[in-house]
Structures are given as C-alpha cells and as structure tokens.
Design a protein around this ligand. Structure first.
Ligand code: NAP
Length: 247
C-alpha cells in the first residue's frame, strides 16, 4: 500500500458536472485534482469551496486536446506524487451545426477535446493504475451517443467513441483490477445547455419520463458509485442518468 494520498483527477472541474464530481469525490474522501482551460476563477472557487468543507483540492490549467502537455502533466505532477485511484474524463465542448454545413475545424475541435483528450488522460492514468493494481476510470459520455441528435454529428461521434473506448479499455485493464465505465447524462442544467431556447427545453421536458431536468449532482452521484470500491465487479458499462429519456 502506498503512503501517497488517494486522489481523484477530474478533467474540466471548474464548473458544471465536473465541479459537482470534484466536490462529491472530495466528500467521498479523495484528494482532488481538477483541470480547466479558460476559467481560473471557476477553478479557484471550486478548490476553495472544497478546502472550506475540509477537503483537499488543486487545479491545473491544462487543455485536454494538447496531448504533449497532458503527458508532461502526468510525468511532472501525478506519477510518484499521488496515488491516482480515480480518473473522471469530463472535459467537453459542443460546436453544433447541421452536418452539411459543419466545418472540419468544428469537427476536429470537438473530437480533439472530447475523445482524443479523454484517450490521452485514460492512457496516462492506465499506466499508473495498472502498476497500482487498482483504478477507477469514468468517462462522461451522453444520451446523444445512444440516440443521435440533429446538429451534433461531431459531438455524437465523440461521445459514441467514448463508449467504444470504455469497452475496449475495460477489457485490456481488467486483469490489473482497473475498471472503466461511462456515464451517459441526459439533459443537465449547466452552462453547456444554458443557451438552448425555451422551446427546445419544453420539447425535451415532454420526452423526459421523470418530467424534470437533471442536475450536476445527479451525475456526480452516479460517478461516485462507479468510483467507489462497491462497483468493483462492473466494467465496460455505460450508466444512463437521463430521467428515462431516450430522445
Ligand atoms: P460545461 O458547464 O460547459 O463545463 C465544461 C468544463 O470542461 C469546464 O470545466 C471547462 O473548463 C472544461 N473544458 C472545456 N474545454 C476544455 C479543454 N480543452 N481542456 C480542459 N478542460 C476543458 O459543461 P457540462 O455541461 O458540465 O458538461 C461536462 C461534461 O458532461 C461534458 O463532457 C459534456 O459533454 C457532458 N454532458 C453534458 C450534458 C449536459 O446536459 N450538460 C449532457 C450530456 C453530457 P473552463 O471552465 O476552464 O472553460
């Protein structure tokens, strides 16, 4: 057993679902490391709130799509410095547009951050977790990966890719007691969904059997279970947290 602190790394922890996951992981007893890309104020606030509640948290500005920077981050800040027990691959963006008008730049950016970024974090975490003979990796996918969605060919492809990455890496890492699962949120109230029109939200609500939008805490609670020792016989799965909605 290592004397290093048991740590959960959450990408994109400066707001929204990542913030809720970071706070829940801290409550669950992990030291927390969050990454962000554009909002140091958000990252500072999340860390201060965790510390004020008695937890430990650090933040790093780290663009998930910069694979060299991510690899260096693992080498300099993670390896041998913490006991990396949990990775939550949460950082994500949208750049919506109809398929026939979608620019390659918008395709590439979404794939680079949402899928390739998650792959780099997963690969670097796996190297450490395999040696530890313990790890919990949770990839944040989306209901649209399972159902498709108009105007989101890039995002849906990235999120469906994450489900494939989850299954493939779960099989490879299982012999070393490292589990890999995905959580597929439905419609969650965050900055990402704040710009949707009232009409679109009303239409979505009609299709949600539980008749309410989800919260970031709903997702964090599912992540908390998959990050715990209690989920040890679950791997390669996608847990839908969507109020019963399949669009
Ligand atoms: P959000 O409120 O827009 O927050 C996005 C987070 O990702 C922020 O912390 C942001 O950092 C970070 N981020 C963005 N680009 C990054 C990059 N290149 N490198 C590192 N960090 C980056 O989003 P959210 O709604 O909480 O969504 C979180 C995850 O859940 C995403 O993967 C999203 O696709 C997924 N999801 C969300 C919903 C939903 O309804 N909200 C539904 C299904 C799935 P900064 O603050 O520094 O910009």
């Amino acid at each position: 057993m290592s004397d290093l602190p048991s740590t959960a790394l959450i990408t994109g922890g400066s707001r929204g679902i990542g913030e809720a996951c970071a706070k829940k992981m801290a409550k669950d007893g992990f030291e927390v490391i969050i990454t962000y890309v554009s909002r140091p104020d958000g990252a500072d606030r999340v860390c201060s709130e965790i510390e004020a509640a008695g937890g430990k948290a650090k933040s790093y500005k780290l663009d998930s799509s910069d694979s060299e920077a991510v690899t260096s981050f693992f080498k300099n800040e993670i390896k041998g410095k913490v006991k990396l027990d949990v990775l939550v691959n949460n950082a994500g963006i949208t750049k919506d547009g109809l398929l026939v008008r979608m620019k390659n730049d918008d395709w590439n950016k979404v794939l680079d951050i949402n899928l390739t970024g998650a792959f780099t974090f997963l690969r670097e975490s796996a190297k450490i977790m395999m040696k530890q003979r313990y790890g919990r990796i949770i990839n944040i996918s989306s209901v649209v990966a399972q159902a498709g969605n108009v105007g989101q060919a890039n995002y849906v492809s990235a999120k469906a890719g994450l489900i494939g990455l989850t299954k493939a890496s779960a099989i490879e890492l299982a012999p070393r007691n490292v589990t890999v699962n995905a959580v597929a949120p439905g419609f969650i109230k965050t900055d990402m969904t704040a710009e949707l029109s009232e009409e679109v939200v009303a239409h979505m609500l009609e299709n949600i059997p539980l008749k309410k939008l989800g919260t970031s805490d709903d997702i964090a609670n599912a992540v908390s279970f998959l990050a715990s020792e209690n989920s040890g016989y679950i791997t390669g799965q996608t847990l839908a947290v969507n109020g019963g909605m399949y669009m």
